[in-house]
Design a protein around this ligand. Sequence first.
Ligand code: ADP
Length: 476
Amino acid sequence: MIRKKNKRRKRKIANLLLRNYVFLYFLMTFILVVCLIIIMYVTSISIKNIDQARIVATHLMKDDYKTIDVSKILDVNGFIEIIDKNLNVIYKQGNTPDNKKKYTRKDYHEMILSHQDAFEYEDDYIYSFAYNKNKEFLLVVGIPSKNLQSLYTKDSKLKPNIILKSILFFYMITLVLGILLYSRLTSKNFVTPLKIILNGVKRITDGDYSTRISLKSENEFGELSEAFNLMAAKIEEETNLKEKSEKNRRKLIMDISHDLKNPLASVIGYSDLLIKNPSIDEKEKIKYLSVIENNSIRANDLIKDLFEYSKLESTDFSISPKEGDICEFLRELIAAYIPQMEGKNIHYDFDIPEEGIIISFDHKNLDRAISNLILNSIKYNPSGTTLKIKIENMQYKLNIIFEDNGIGIPKELVKDIFEPFVRVDSSRNSKSGGTGLGLAITKTIIEKHGGIIHLDTDKDKGCKFTIVLNKNIFSL
Ligand code: ADP
């Protein structure tokens, strides 16, 4: 279907050219026909003029043949003859070719029977005849055919030469106009889209990647503009991505240095204090040492998380999935956190199917991803909070839901909460001691499994994290 469409499109410019050619062809033919009609019309007027010039016998006919106006005929060296019913030439004006005095009966009848308005060509003469029934005579008009031309030119204001020249001129003018029109039409069809595309390319070269071109044409130019827009969109996307990742990298470096600076400064400060005051009492010493230990642990945690996050983010990293029962896996994992939950009075409610669900997953990494969610619920919520963990088993997918009714996360932070170093508590030295990398690590691990994670939450409304995994393996 697509191939068919492409084929149809490929022929479009050729069609366009053909259409223009056909248009020009019909235009020129039309002009030619108009010229011919004009010639014919003008000629007929000229002939009428010749009629009116009184050189045709029927026009000249008078009962009294002596009063016939022969001036025009004599002008062109023609003649008239009056033949009575006895075949005798009784009257004559001008020079006849043979100076006949009498006609034969056969000639006389032929002349009477001939179409009277018609011109007869004979002996280089053009003849016309008219019979007068009242007076019973025949009028013969003869004009040397070579002089007929001069009659045209003398009598008609529309002289054939001028007519032909003006028609030729008119034809040439319309031909030039037609060619100009054709080139305009073709240029509009070709040059205009090319200009638009060229302009788009220039703007892209100047770095304006938001440039899009709009060409309504359905031919190859339309196709080209679609391809151009696709290319521009791709470049824009890549550039934005590059800019974003560069921004993220800079932010990450700043966050790391900021997060490491505080614990390390405190380690340096307290160690210095201990070194410079050896006489400090034992209780104080323990207090300072525990500050040093806590800050070292914090710095160590941060470096460990950072290392893990960079490892997961690296393009070389891939998970090592193994088939296993996700229900059993989750049950064992949760069991390990029950003491911690009970210790902080966090209520729990688990809804995990008894029958196993076999899927392919990286046990160690999924353990890390899920542990972050459970630990966050314990860490950030007050005692008395309930954490519900549920598996929803669907035909092709599987939802693992972690829902608590704790303090929640403000809605405006939801879109960024999975980014590294994003924390609700703006004070970096929060009591929780979180590194801000937990959810980023969780998200990366889930995505490496081909799944997604999303959060439904609001301040004081609790958090509902949903992990969606594809069930690429059968379920029992
Ligand atoms: P951290 O290492 O700081 O825990 P995370 O990426 O795991 O980093 O979490 C980011 C922030 O999200 C936390 O600092 C915390 O404020 C908030 N958060 C995560 N889980 C919950 C939860 N279940 N309830 C309330 N706040 C949470």
